[in-house]
Design a protein around this ligand. Structure first.
Ligand code: NAI
Length: 327
């Protein structure tokens, strides 16, 4: 039998945490033959709720679940973890300035980076979900210098999956037959969902949809604004889809993407596609042997270039704001 993998979920008493931990315990993240030990972190005001989640995990009697650590101590939470899914963060509340929210998250991600740096297993893979996801991941990278930068990523797979879903609905084609959309840039409304290289049942999506006005307009805004639409409908933000996409992200990263298929991941830019190096930016990637590689050589038209630059610009501003909170 395989040794268990230790998976950290921060913010585990929250909405996404509640959807995510049972998925992990059922093998949806790491595979149906991979035992796991869950490490769940939250803050003291949520300690009792966190303990309730732990009780439910015991009650669900998951065969793959070999242990549960539920704690408000960041060192205990990070010790020995092989995968870290960072869902905890400070939400933007009404009337708060962007800088104040950034400042809170910068201090959280700085502290948690240091704990991962010191106590996580070597080669720990990190996925940041909490917003501002790209910039939180960048801060985490800065303060965990011994974790390879290739191991620090943020979630844009939800946006990617949303784009697949919109194309599938529009064409009335199974979502599993749609592939190779791209989310470029920030996990925010400046992201650029790109279908120029996407296919449905093997044919180019643009040829099948035959409506460039929709693809260059409403399709893009629908994907960009989908998070807000879910909040409006549910009066709560996306949780099951975020949790499921986080599992997709880690599963593909660890177990590999299928031949001929790429996915979107927020990763540390090396300057590919003239995206400024040193930002965490969402790119199309393929994964093999536990490593992602940016898909190279895709032709970029002028329309796409502008949108890719605009979201990079927003990320550069966020980065500057985050750094101003450090000093
Ligand atoms: P939530 O508010 O239900 O849960 C967040 C949890 O984090 C709470 O239990 C809170 O106590 C905890 N927390 C706060 N500070 C913490 C700290 N320093 N250490 C550990 N835990 C801490 O929020 P929800 O709905 O679960 O969303 C979590 C985050 O994910 C939010 O930042 C949200 O904006 C983001 N998100 C990102 C998505 C993406 O695609 N990247 C999609 C959906 C949400």
């Amino acid at each position: 039998a395989k040794d268990p993998v230790r998976v950290l979920v921060t913010g585990a008493a929250g909405q996404i945490g509640y959807a995510l931990v049972p998925m992990i315990a059922r093998g949806i993240m790491l595979g149906p033959d991979q035992p796991v030990i869950l490490h769940m972190l939250d803050i003291p005001p949520a300690a009792e709720a966190l303990n309730g989640v732990k009780m439910e995990l015991v009650d669900a009697a998951f065969p793959l679940l070999k242990g549960v650590v539920a704690t408000t101590d960041v060192v205990e939470a990070c010790t020995g973890v092989n995968v870290a899914v960072m869902v905890g963060g400070f939400p933007r509340k009404e009337g708060m300035e962007r800088k104040d929210v950034m400042s809170k998250n910068v201090s959280i991600y700085k502290a948690q980076a240091s704990a991962l740096e010191k106590y996580a297993a070597a080669n720990c893979k990190v996925l940041v979900v909490a917003n501002p996801a790209n910039t939180n991941a960048l801060i985490l990278k800065e303060f965990a210098p011994s974790i390879p930068e290739k191991n620090i990523t943020c979630l844009t797979r939800l946006d990617h999956n949303r784009a697949l879903g919109q194309i599938s609905e529009r064409l009335n084609i199974q979502v599993s037959d749609v592939k190779n959309v791209i989310i470029w840039g920030n996990h925010s409304s400046s992201q650029y969902p790109d279908v120029n290289h996407a296919t449905a049942a093997g044919k180019p999506v643009r040829e099948l949809v035959k409506d460039d006005e929709w693809l260059n307009g409403e399709f893009i805004t629908t994907v960009q604004q989908r998070g807000a639409a879910i909040i409006k409908a549910r009066r709560l933000s996306s949780a099951l889809s975020a949790a499921s996409s986080a599992c997709d992200h880690i599963r593909d990263w660890v177990l590999g993407t299928p031949e001929g298929t790429w996915v979107s991941m927020g990763v540390y830019s090396d300057g590919s596609y003239n995206v400024p190096a040193g930002l965490i930016y969402s790119f199309p990637v393929t994964c093999k042997n536990g490593e992602w590689t940016i898909v190279q050589g895709l032709p970029i038209d002028e329309f796409s270039r502008k949108k890719m630059d605009a979201t990079a610009e927003e990320l550069s501003e966020e980065k500057a704001l985050a750094y101003s909170c450090l000093s």
